[in-house]
Design a protein around this ligand. Structure first.
Ligand code: HEC
Ligand code: HEC
Ligand code: HEC
Ligand code: HEC
Ligand code: HEC
Length: 215
């Protein structure tokens, strides 16, 4: 009997099955890559020159974030504290500590400690801390629970869609001024009303047009 399909076509079904499997693997790998910290920087946790712990200082000792990041409410950039701020305490507290040696060296030589920046937007994006804090957005919403971190870790993707998600609907992120650095604040039941009042009172209108963030 004459063959309708040539002999090599017997190989087609397994080849197609193999191709489909390969395609599935590529799709999964794609999602894995784009969803992973590798791509989005979530989880970025560089090694710092001093084993400084936010959990100890901001959590256990209860220092307010603004004791060190003192410009955050008045400037676009949240400052990293100078060595002087550490020495306010560490001239007296643990003056012999091995872990604090780089701090004492920085102090003696009058050279800043080379902290590694964790959160970083590209240069073509405009961002302003003070505008967000004055509107009532807390540190927690963008940095996570820093007061529980031994080492600061990036928790949010800092992507354009992340910014826009909040800009389109900031209601659940607006809090009273006294709670800006409170890591345990949760929106109360009447949050919608509070947000509506604040948006009117303070004229809060997060930009969603391109020129708002790309100036
Ligand atoms: C308000 C006071 C205060 C300030 C300001 C302060 N610290 Fe501390 N720090 C402490 C206390 C208290 C401890 C814990 C002491 C203990 O364990 O007995 C500590 C512990 C440490 C330790 C652990 C030392 C060890 O040997 O275990 C490091 C490292 C450290 N601090 C770094 C810093 C750095 C860097 C800064 C500045 C950015 C800073 N501290 C600012 C009070 C302070
Ligand atoms: C005693 C001083 C001190 C206090 C208090 C403090 N910080 Fe910091 N913070 C630092 C230092 C020093 C660094 C740089 C080293 C590091 O990343 O750990 C830093 C880094 C950070 C970073 C990462 C910066 C970057 O490079 O992207 C964030 C976010 C941050 N702090 C938020 C907070 C928040 C939120 C609080 C309050 C819950 C707080 N800090 C309290 C000293 C302090
Ligand atoms: C609306 C989101 C948002 C809020 C609210 C916010 N931050 Fe940030 N923070 C960012 C972004 C985005 C960056 C990276 C900025 C850049 O690269 O220009 C950053 C960077 C930082 C840095 C690093 C600055 C540097 O130059 O190394 C510190 C420190 C910091 N934030 C502390 C705080 C503290 C403390 C608070 C609360 C008082 C706070 N932030 C509230 C989004 C936010
Ligand atoms: C959790 C909520 C939230 C997130 C996340 C957030 N924003 Fe905003 N942003 C706001 C609010 C609320 C305002 C309104 C401030 C006002 O109108 O007073 C604002 C205002 C701004 C403004 C206008 C500031 C000015 O001076 O007029 C810029 C620019 C901006 N955001 C950039 C960003 C960028 C870039 C990101 C992401 C990296 C971001 N924002 C993430 C809530 C957020
Ligand atoms: C709320 C702030 C905000 C607004 C509004 C905004 N962007 Fe962005 N945009 C960002 C941030 C943040 C990034 C950086 C994202 C990153 O690094 O992953 C970005 C990145 C980009 C990039 C580079 C993309 C890439 O993959 O590197 C382009 C292009 C861009 N934006 C265009 C636009 C256009 C067009 C609009 C208006 C429709 C717009 N943006 C509105 C915050 C914003």
């Amino acid at each position: 009997m004459a063959q309708i399909f040539p002999r090599w076509s017997n190989k087609l079904p397994p080849l197609m099955a193999g191709g489909a499997a390969l395609l599935i693997i590529i799709v999964i790998a794609g999602f894995w890559y784009y969803g992973s910290p590798w791509y989005s920087d979530v989880g970025y946790r560089p090694r710092q020159p001093v084993p400084y712990s936010h959990k100890l200082h901001a959590g256990d000792l209860g220092l307010d974030c603004r004791y060190c990041h003192s410009n955050v409410e008045i400037s676009p950039v949240a400052n990293i504290p100078p060595t002087q701020t550490c020495m306010n305490c560490h001239k007296i507290i643990l003056p012999q500590s091995e872990k604090l040696l780089p701090v004492r060296e920085s102090w003696a030589k009058q050279l800043p400690i080379q902290w590694v920046q964790v959160h970083k937007l590209p240069d073509f994006v405009y961002f302003d801390h003070s505008a967000h804090l004055n509107a009532g957005v807390g540190c927690f919403d963008c940095h996570g629970n820093v007061a529980q971190m031994e080492v600061v870790t990036q928790q949010k993707p800092l992507s354009m869609s992340w910014c826009l998600d909040c800009h389109r609907n900031p209601d659940m992120h607006l809090r009273p001024r006294e709670d800006l650095t409170n890591m345990n604040w949760v929106p109360p039941a009447n949050q919608k009303d509070y947000a509506a009042r604040m948006k009117k009172e303070k004229n809060i209108a997060p930009p969603t047009d391109c020129s708002g963030c790309h100036r």
